[in-house]
Every structure is written in C-alpha cells, then in structure tokens.
Write a protein that binds this ligand. Structure first.
Ligand SMILES: [Zn+2]
Length: 273
C-alpha cells in the first residue's frame, strides 16, 4: 500500500472507529456499563467465529496474557466446513473460561425482511450454541450492530442481553494488522471509563494485531505504574458475566440447583466475592 493510500485508510478507519458509537441506535453504551475500578477498563470481544484457521491463534495470544474474552459465534460454523475442528474449538474456548455468545446463524441483518426469519436467526443460533456448549447462551450481539424497535423487542422477549461495543477498529474491512493495532492503542491510550473492544477471530489481521495489542497494554501499564497513573485493566469475561447476571440471579439459580453458568462456573467462582 502506498503512503497516501495508507494515510487515507487510516483517516477513513479513524472516522469509522469514532463514529460507530454514535451510530449505535439504541443499544446501550458504554457497552459493558461503567468502570468498576474507576480507571480505564477494557473487555475483549471476538465476533463471527470460531474459525479453525484463525481462532487458535487468538486463543494462544489470550492464554499467553491470561485474558478471558467473549466470543460471539455464528451458528453456521457448526453446520458447514470442518465441524469437528470447530467443535474442538468450542471446547477449548470453554475450557479456557471464555464466554460463548450468540451472533445469529448466518450473520443476517435482523432489521430487514420479515420478522419470522429474523427471530429464527436468533433462536436457531441459540439452540445450536447451547447444544454445542452444553450451557445457556443468553448474551447476544446483532450482526452489524443493527438496531430497530422490532429487534429490541425480540431481544427483550427472549430475556437476552445485547452487548454492543465502544471500540471498533474495523479490521474485518481493512485487513491491516498495523492499522488495527494503532487504532486500538490510540483508543486505549485515552480511555477513561470501561470500553468493549470489538474484533474478529476470523481474520488474519486480527491474529497478528492481538498479540501486539496485549504486549502494548503490558508495556503501557508498566510505564503508568511507574508514573503513578491509572493502569488499563482488562476485564475478564467471567467477571463481566457475573456482574451482568447479578449476585441475586446467581444465588437464586444455585438454590434451585440450576447450573446456569455451566462451563463458566470455574471462572465465575474466582470472580465472585
Ligand atoms: Zn459479526
């Protein structure tokens, strides 16, 4: 890519990254609520997988930094392609304490067309993911972040929790790892509250950018600690899930003998007071 082309790409991506929150429709932002530490906090989320070609590299990078993330999966990956490998990935994701979430069956736009197929996209994906994960999957993210009253109603009727995002480096579009790293670091450097970072475990650029971003956070935090400045806290997905469910819900489920948290139990046990 030429110098001018990459500058144009940078500006375009910056504009997209900074305007995406304003285009949120009525999905709540900040997407994971306020900071609990009072300082900058980030929750890592990955959409559109799992993909046997790229997701293992994402899991390696997260494991190397002891980070647990939320994976918004699409149901079709358990129906087509190398389903056995995709299933292995699901187990690896659960074993590592990551959180599994619903991103429809076929990555459909849920605010266009008839309501029945839109509802089926949500319900069928939930059924597939719950079967594969062996646990309830109540977190949901609309493809493209689409919002409309109809979809908001569907989410509410099903008692799902929609999770939007605050930082969107658009790496699925640019395919540029360096640019992705720069955009994310630029946001994190000036972050004050809590932000949800949206990336895609299906893209090669993401597999290259993620280890760099995680290394950068470590270096940046060492620098901040030395300077007595608030460090960037990575919010673990189980901690976030426990916060969202609330202590009452968890206690009630336990009293009923319902393992609502399934494979998350270990991570949650350490996150709960
Ligand atoms: Zn998506």
């Amino acid at each position: 890519m030429g110098r001018l082309t990459s500058a144009v790409a940078l500006v375009t991506a910056l504009v997209a990254a900074t305007t995406s929150a304003a285009d949120a429709g009525n999905w709540a932002t900040p997407a994971a609520g306020p900071s609990t530490s009072g300082g900058p906090e980030v929750l890592f989320t990955f959409d559109d997988g799992p993909n046997p070609a790229t997701t293992p590299k994402i899991l390696d990078a997260l494991a190397a930094h002891h980070v647990q993330a939320v994976f918004f999966m699409v149901g079709w990956r358990f129906q087509r392609g190398n389903v056995d490998k995709t299933r292995d990935l699901m187990h690896r994701i659960l074993d590592a304490g990551h959180v599994v979430a619903n991103h429809t069956v076929s990555h459909a736009h849920l605010c266009t067309g008839k309501p029945e197929p839109a509802a089926a996209e949500i319900d069928d994906a939930r059924a597939i993911l719950e079967r594969e994960a062996g646990m309830p999957v109540t977190w949901f993210r609309a493809p493209y972040g689409a919002w409309c009253p109809r979809l908001a109603g569907m989410v509410e009727e099903r008692h799902l929790t929609h999770v939007y995002w605050d930082i969107d480096p658009q790496e699925w579009r640019t395919g540029n790892a360096k640019l992705t790293e720069q955009l994310v670091e630029r946001h994190l450097r000036r972050l004050t509250g809590r932000a949800v970072l949206l990336m895609h475990d299906t893209k090669v650029a993401t597999t290259k950018a993620l280890p760099k971003i995680l290394d950068w956070i470590e270096t940046e935090n060492a620098r901040r600690a030395k300077a007595g400045a608030p460090t960037i806290r990575i919010v673990g997905a189980p901690e976030w899930a426990a916060e969202m469910l609330g202590a009452d819900t968890i206690a009630e489920a336990r009293s009923l003998g319902t393992d609502i948290l399934g494979g998350l139990a270990q991570g949650l046990a350490s996150a709960l007071p």
